[in-house]
Design a protein around this ligand. Structure first.
Ligand SMILES: C[S@@+](CC[C@H](N)C(=O)[O-])C[C@H]1O[C@@H](n2cnc3c(N)ncnc32)[C@H](O)[C@@H]1O
Length: 274
């Protein structure tokens, strides 16, 4: 029997993952090994960065046309519509279940598309803002990532922006003790669980910078919360001892830096080159 293509395997795994978790579970789209409070803290930071990046455009236009690529159940689309209720939202995701949840979560007026980003023909739609968070890491190789960013760039209006937030390799080195924990996990994991793993790519900051600029975009802003990565072991221990201390420690770990090298997620805001 032929092996399923990388794209089919990726789509199948994501559909499975969407069905495996309860509706709107943050672990379905974020770190499965982290407690919800930490995932929510990262979510709050991303939501803040994204809504802040939209502010200038929002002042110029009555309503923004926003595309959320690989939207999941829509946690970030929700943050946008809450802050800017006039936004016209479109979510695209390879999982039909996530799109069902997206439409339910975001309510009437949103468009949901079940499709693979690489295969979908967007016709001539133009967007003011496109967000891509935790999606490029699931493409087959760097060349395909560049093609995807170039494709997304082609959907932007002249003054539009793209916000990319992806997992950083530098952070992974820290939280896996330079790969040691990952090796243990692989050895101990059941073959079934290993087979349901959704992708493993991470990007370095110079690599993502190169990919974004090679696609013909200019980077306006970059950010991350690296201190959180270094605090993870400490946070997990404190959480087990005292919830109040944990909340204080977590708050302190959320310091935003413009060097996202060791951040769990790096975030880039870029625009079409003038
Ligand atoms: C880590 S989750 C992030 C979801 C959402 N962007 C967020 O930050 O909450 C990755 C999402 O990308 C979707 N995805 C993965 N590969 C895709 C592809 N080739 N085309 C479209 N969506 C894809 C998955 O189904 C999943 O919802």
């Amino acid at each position: 029997m032929n092996k399923p293509s990388f794209q089919i395997k990726n789509a199948t795994l994501w559909e499975k993952r969407a069905q495996e978790y309860p509706e709107l579970s943050i672990q379905s789209v974020m770190f499965r090994f982290l407690p919800d409070e930490i995932n929510y803290a990262i979510h709050q930071w991303q939501a803040k960065e994204i809504t802040a990046a939209l502010k200038k455009l929002q002042r110029k236009k009555k309503s923004l046309n926003v595309l959320d690529v690989g939207c999941g159940y829509g946690r970030l689309s929700k943050a946008i519509i809450k802050k800017y209720p006039n936004t016209k939202l479109t979510g695209l995701d390879v999982s039909a279940t996530f799109i069902k949840h997206y439409k339910k979560f975001l309510g009437k007026g949103v468009t949901g598309i079940t499709a693979d980003l690489e295969k979908y023909n967007f016709k001539s739609r133009r967007y003011d803002v496109i967000i891509v968070t935790g999606v490029l890491i699931y493409l087959h190789d760097e060349e395909r990532v560049l093609q995807a960013i170039t494709k997304i760039k082609g959907l932007l209006k002249k003054d539009g922006i793209i916000i990319i937030s992806e997992n950083a390799i530098g952070a992974e080195k820290i939280y896996t003790g330079f790969g040691v924990l990952k090796l243990f996990k692989r050895l101990l994991q059941s073959p079934k669980k290993r087979a349901s793993h959704t992708g493993d790519r991470k990007f370095s900051v110079p690599q993502m910078t190169r990919l974004i600029t090679s696609a013909g975009l200019t980077i306006h802003h970059r950010a991350g919360i690296p201190r959180l990565t270094f605090s993870l072991p400490w946070l997990v221990i404190v959480r087990a001892i005292n919830k109040t201390w944990f909340r204080t420690a977590l708050k302190n770990a959320l310091t935003v830096s413009d060097d996202p090298t060791y951040s769990l997620f790096m975030l880039f805001v870029a625009g079409v080159k003038k």
